[in-house]
Every structure is written in structure tokens, then in C-alpha cells.
Design a protein around this ligand. Structure first.
Ligand code: L34
Length: 282
């Protein structure tokens, strides 16, 4: 049976480290804070955003919540971002995705000041990740790396296969694994004979967004399997991209959903907020 990688526990350790540093900033008279912007009524986004606010409280950050109506215009959202960019009490700005269809996500993400871009979605920060000279880590991919490190899983020289090529997860995940000297394959919807690729993986990262996508026949015996998926099954229960039971029987280590990558994403967000606050305090 596979080792179960406990994302909640590893995230708690990261948050404890962040909290200790935040206390130092507070002792020096700073009051670091994160602005979290939610547009519309997506129920999943509401849960994720309220989790992020709880994390802020745990770490000693102030959180400023902006819950805007579904029909908010792009101009209105850009106006809020301008205000937050100029507000020195706000160190980090997070605009929860997805946004309602009348708002262009790219336009909005590009408007966030790179110094407050705790998601690392701004092109300047994305470019910095590409060349390995970065301040802000992309939250989900960096959370995955942190889990591997905390579990004593070596990346260098390993064959890492990432399923998914999104800007939020797949592409930056591949880049971080490459920075750590993994040999990386990125698979996607046009990949031919996907299972033949994934069976090569020593470390398999699934970021597809489809429940039950990764089955045991796609996994090499003894592989490490990281499940980034955040889906609902037919019964409405939260589940990842991986058929957990059958894959766990074959893997050497696996992340659960919930309690795996999700809490790690949020822990790295806290670390990025600390980085932003420290930079602002300099
Ligand atoms: N801007 N938008 C922005 N940044 C992000 O990094 C995200 N993402 C994704 C959606 N939109 C975003 C997140 O934060 C997905 N995501 C995310 C983060 C954490 C959790 C889920 C999604 C999480 O906390 N998951 C818990 C269970 C939550 C539940 O009960 O529904 C877990 O244990 O996996």
C-alpha cells in the first residue's frame, strides 16, 4: 500500500513557519495583509476563498475580502485592482478564478502589480519563473514540490510526467520540476497513447480536471502519484483526477483529495504573501 502524503499536515508546518515570520513583522510595527477578490456566486470558489481567509487568520495576516456581484463589469474590477495596487496596507492581491464571462481574465491578471501578485500569474512573474529567478512561486506547483520534499522524494533524475498544460498548473509545474532536475514530459488532450507516456513516470502529476481520469493501468508499479484535480463526483463528493483506491494499491506514494494538494496551494499563498510583505517592508 502506498504512503499517503498528508497535505494538511505539511501545510500546517509551512503555515507555522510563516506565522513565526509574520509575528516578527508585527513586532516591528507592520500589519501585513492580503486582499481576496471574489466575483460572482460560484459555490466552490466561495469555499476556497473562505479557506484562504482562515489561513490568513492562522498566519497572522489581515485579510480584506471583496465579494462583488456576478454582473460586475471588467472596468469596475480594474478600478478596484487599481485601488488595491495603490493601498500600502495591502501586500498581496488575489483575484479568485474563474471570473464571470463578461470579464477577460488575462486583462485583470495583468493589471495586478507584479509586486503584489501572490498567485504569480502576471507575465513578469511568469517570465521570472521560466528563467528561475523568481520571488513568488506559483501556488499549486510549488505546493507539490514542497510535498515531495517533505516526504523525502527525490526529483533530480526522475522521469516526471505532468498531465495538463494550463497556465495555472501544468506549465509552471513542468518548469519547477525541471528546475529541480527532473526529466519532464507534458501530456495533454492531443497526446497519442497517453497511458504509454504516463507508465514511464516515476512521478506522475495529474492536473486534468476530470474525476476518475487516471486509472491503475496508466501507472507504473511504485510510482509517486500527485493528484491536483478538484472535481465533484456523480454524488457531489469532492474527488481528484485519480481513481484513488486502485492507484494507491500500485503507487509507492499518493496524495489524497481532499487533504492533499489543496491545502498546500493555500500554504504557498501564505508564504508568497509573507514574501510580498517583507519586500514592502524593506
Ligand atoms: N486566483 N484562483 C486563483 N488562484 C488560485 O490558486 C486558484 N485556485 C484554483 C481555483 N482558482 C484559483 C485555488 O486556490 C483551485 N484552488 C484551490 C485551492 C485550495 C483548495 C481547493 C482549490 C482546497 O482548499 N481544497 C480542500 C478542500 C476544499 C473543499 O472542501 O471543497 C482540500 O483539502 O483539497
Amino acid at each position: 500500500m502506498a504512503q499517503i502524503i498528508d497535505g494538511k499536515k505539511i501545510a500546517a508546518n509551512v503555515k507555522a513557519e510563516v506565522r513565526a515570520e509574520v509575528e516578527k513583522l508585527r513586532a516591528a510595527g507592520k500589519n501585513p495583509g492580503l486582499a481576496v477578490v471574489l466575483v460572482g456566486n460560484n459555490p466552490a470558489s466561495r469555499v476556497y476563498v473562505s479557506n484562504k481567509e482562515k489561513d490568513c487568520a492562522e498566519c497572522g495576516f489581515r485579510s480584506y475580502e471583496y465579494a462583488l456581484p456576478e454582473e460586475t463589469t471588467e472596468a469596475e474590477l480594474l478600478e478596484l485592482i487599481d485601488r488595491l495596487n495603490a493601498d500600502s496596507s495591502v501586500n498581496g492581491i488575489l483575484v479568485q478564478l474563474p471570473l464571470p464571462k463578461q470579464i477577460c481574465e488575462q486583462t485583470v491578471l495583468h493589471a495586478i502589480s507584479p509586486a503584489k501578485d501572490v498567485d504569480a500569474f502576471h507575465p513578469e512573474n511568469v517570465g521570472r519563473i521560466m528563467i528561475g529567478d523568481f520571488q513568488f512561486l506559483p501556488c499549486t506547483p510549488a505546493g507539490v514540490i514542497e510535498m515531495l520534499d517533505a516526504s523525502g522524494i527525490e526529483i533530480a533524475g526522475k522521469h516526471c510526467v505532468v498531465i495538463g498544460r494550463s497556465n495555472i498548473v501544468g506549465k509552471p509545474m513542468a518548469m519547477l520540476l525541471l528546475h529541480r532536475s527532473g526529466t519532464v514530459t507534458i501530456c495533454h488532450s492531443r497526446t497519442k497513447d497517453l497511458a504509454a507516456q504516463t507508465r514511464q513516470a516515476d512521478i506522475l502529476v495529474a492536473a486534468v480536471g476530470k474525476a476518475g481520469f487516471v486509472t491503475a493501468d496508466m501507472v507504473k508499479e511504485g510510482a509517486v502519484v500527485i493528484d491536483v484535480g478538484m472535481n465533484r463526483d456523480a454524488a457531489g463528493k469532492l474527488c481528484g483526477d485519480v481513481c484513488y483506491e486502485e492507484v494507491a494499491a500500485k503507487a509507492s506514494a499518493i496524495t489524497p483529495v481532499p487533504g492533499g494538494v489543496g491545502p498546500m496551494t493555500r500554504a504557498i499563498l501564505m508564504r508568497n504573501t509573507l514574501t510580498a510583505a517583507r519586500n514592502a517592508a524593506e
